[in-house]
Design a protein around this ligand. Structure first.
Ligand code: SF4
Length: 700
């Protein structure tokens, strides 16, 4: 926050994607805010994308939720908090701890996440806390844990600039992580030998940078990477020494991949043998290979297997943890990674510890000195709302997310909330479609008003700093959570004087009895005071106490976080994608566009961003459009057994035949019948619980 009437520039972090760009927010003496990229921030070195550079245009208070409400009546914070605490306590008393839930978000700050997770797992005694990050990167988390024994991203953004081959799998960086795309563009100018391969059923904007585009059939990535493993074995492209010294399970993974049969892989993936041979040969010959993957890999009912099929190829070549190489999951949201660190997922514990491990549970409980500890996994996002629907969950607190628009089968989510006995919604906007379902609504702090940390895709912790006054009666989420905890009788665990104390406790827990067998450790900040917290510059973890800052990569010489410190190959079966049904012959793929963010409550405020693409659309191949008599720009209904949208057809060769792409952003606030997640199937990956948002059989 700045002194009244004085100009000030504050270093903060962009609140949109997982790149985590540093932002300089300048508040002029008249209160006018402008932003530009922070040249000192190691994620962006001064760059911003269209969304980041329009941040100042999204700060108006026109739609802000400014006061607590009980029903549709304004209430005091005390009245709202008393009601929340008493309803949660009574529900737990009558139906047990698993009858309540928190559904949080990759938009909240690490400190908010930490307090929410502590209250639910350590004091309420349930693991029913999950996050919309489940929709974003849960398959990567599950894949990392299967392979490495921990949820560790081995590399850094710098590796993309040091690589000679970048393979982008299911990752439209140009629109979804634009500053990373800009860094690769610049690297390609510097290093003409750098080649880029894009693996994506659609011809996206990212393909402009591609030396090779592999437009594989949807959900056939496992076949592609199992084929690569077999190829590497055939051409003597393996690092036998790394495999022998640092891994388990190679032979089983190779056996599952099967003998190399290019014609078969071509048939499975829909790619030509020639393109496959080109790709496989590039990988075999290029030591410095980075494989980047995001939602096209994660948002699948076989997402975890896809992740492990990719990681297998890096373990087989020993290309991991060294400069310019490694598997690299890029997260979608600004603090998906911070949520993982504090255990803000129903199947994780704080500080990357494992909820299924009794020693870890004891260690966390001892550290918190909490009365309880969740003993088993809670309900993951889709299952959580299923439990709301069937009455097992009777009280839910939703924070900074909009599930009636963004969860799969969204109409069923809305119906579930309509019948839920007690719903709390914390948000910044009155235009969030989930808000009308709230019995209590709480005004949250928005970007520019809140203080805390976020962690980006390369494990870099950065500060979000406050430079605006809190409007109305808005409050930080962690404060609201602490107040509810105190009213539920848990005062001793939630007496933080400031957000810096939450961060310090989080850091101390990460180091608590860590003998080097856990990856996440920021013990260097366990004693951080308010001033140092205020001044904190971007830092990558690990940052262990008493150790000089070491190499920011993991696993260069092995040292995985399994019991014997060896990584696991995972034998992944090549399964055919779900069969298309006669009644639903097309595959719906959903995703982001360049200039909107999630359900548009912020980005739709700026005409500049809305002018990029003004309305939702269904991108469809010309032959498919002709077959159903659909002309460009005509309205088309896209429907599944779960729901329907009506949007304008965008007939384009960029679409793959048999597929249709609809952006995820529009809600009924912005376009009638524009909520595509009403159509998306709620089927999830067996291991990660992540929905397969890129593969819903639909009719047009
Ligand atoms: Fe923000 Fe992501 Fe754009 Fe960076 S790339 S400015 S973090 S939206």
């Amino acid at each position: 926050m700045t002194e009244e009437g004085q100009e000030a520039t504050v270093k903060t972090t962009c609140p949109y994607c997982g790149v985590g760009c540093g932002v300089l927010a300048n508040v002029a003496a008249d209160g006018n805010v402008t932003v530009k990229g922070d040249p000192d921030h190691p994620a962006n070195f001064g760059r911003l994308c269209s969304k980041g550079s329009a941040l100042a245009e999204t700060l108006s208070l026109s739609d802000r939720l400014l006061y607590p409400q009980i029903g549709d009546k304004q209430a005091s914070w005390d009245q709202a908090l008393d009601l929340i605490a008493s309803k949660f306590a009574a529900t737990i008393e009558e139906h047990g701890p698993d009858s309540v839930a928190f559904y949080v978000s990759g938009q909240i700050l690490t400190e908010d996440y930490y307090v929410a997770n502590k209250l639910m797992k350590g004091y309420i005694g349930s693991a029913n806390i999950d996050t919309n990050s489940r929709l974003c990167m849960a398959s990567s988390v599950a894949g990392h844990r299967r392979a490495f024994g921990s949820d560790t991203v081995p590399g850094t953004y710098e590796d993309l600039e040091l690589a000679d081959l970048i393979v982008l799998v299911g990752s439209n960086l140009a629109w979804c992580h634009p500053v990373i795309f800009q860094r690769i563009e610049a690297a390609k100018r510097e290093n003409p030998a750098l080649r880029v391969v894009v693996v994506d059923p659609r011809r996206t904007a990212t393909c402009e940078l591609a030396d090779l585009h592999l437009a594989l059939k949807p959900d056939t990535d496992v076949a592609l990477f199992n084929g690569l493993l077999s190829f590497l074995s055939d051409v003597d492209g393996l690092d036998r020494s790394f495999i022998d010294q640092h891994t388990h399970g190679f032979e089983a993974a190779l056996a599952e991949a099967g003998p190399l049969d290019m014609a078969k892989v071509a048939e499975q993936t829909g790619l030509s043998v020639r393109d496959l041979a080109t790709f496989y040969t590039m990988v075999a010959r290029t030591e410095k290979t980075v494989t980047v993957y995001s939602q096209g890999v994660n948002q699948s009912v076989v997402g975890t297997d896809k992740v492990n099929a990719i990681i297998n190829t890096h373990l087989a070549t020993g290309r991991i943890g060294r400069a310019g190489m490694g598997p690299f999951s890029i997260t979608g949201q600004p603090n998906a990674m911070g949520g993982r660190e504090v255990g803000g997922l129903a199947n994780m514990l704080a500080a990357h510890m494992a909820i299924e491990n009794p020693e870890h549970r004891q260690l966390v409980q001892d550290f918190w000195q909490s009365p309880k500890m969740a003993r088993r996994q809670g309900l993951k996002a889709v299952d959580m709302f299923g439990a709301v629907r069937d009455g097992r969950i009777k009280a839910i607190w939703i924070m900074a997310t909009n599930p009636v628009d963004s969860l799969p089968a969204a109409d069923e989510v809305a119906l579930a909330l309509k019948h839920c006995p007690f719903v709390v919604v914390s948000d910044v906007s009155t235009e969030v479609d989930t808000l009308p379902y709230a019995h209590v609504s709480l005004p949250a702090a928005a970007w520019g008003e809140k203080n805390g940390t976020v962690t980006n895709s390369e494990r870099r912790i950065s500060r979000q700093r406050r430079f605006l006054d809190l409007p109305g009666e808005a409050r930080a989420d962690w404060r609201a959570l602490c107040e509810v905890a105190k009213r539920m009788g848990f005062a001793e665990g939630f007496n933080y004087a400031g957000v810096d104390e939450v961060f310090a406790e989080h850091a101390a827990l990460s180091a608590h009895q860590n003998d080097g067998t856990r990856d996440f450790d920021i013990g260097a900040f366990a004693d951080i005071g308010q001033q140092d917290y205020d001044d904190l510059t971007p830092v990558q973890w690990p940052a262990r106490a008493g150790e000089p800052k070491r190499d920011s990569r993991f696993f260069a010489g092995g040292g995985f976080f399994t019991k014997d410190r060896k990584a696991n190959f995972v034998a992944v079966e090549t399964t055919a994608p779900a069969r298309r049904q006669r009644a639903y012959p097309f595959v719906l793929n959903t995703g982001r566009i360049r200039d909107q963010w999630h359900t548009m409550t912020r980005t739709a405020k700026t005409a500049r961003l809305s002018s990029h693409i003004a309305e939702p659309f269904a991108e469809i191949h010309p032959e498919d459009a002709a077959a159903i008599g659909l002309g460009d720009a005509e309205l088309v209904e896209v429907k599944s057994p779960h729901g329907r949208v009506v949007v304008r057809a965008l007939v384009s060769e960029k679409a793959q035949k048999g597929s249709v792409f609809v952006p995820m952003h529009w809600t009924d606030q912005f376009a009638s019948k524009g909520r595509v997640d009403a159509v998306v199937s709620p089927d999830t990956d067996l291991f990660s619980g992540q929905p397969g948002s890129k593969f819903t059989p639909v009719a047009l």
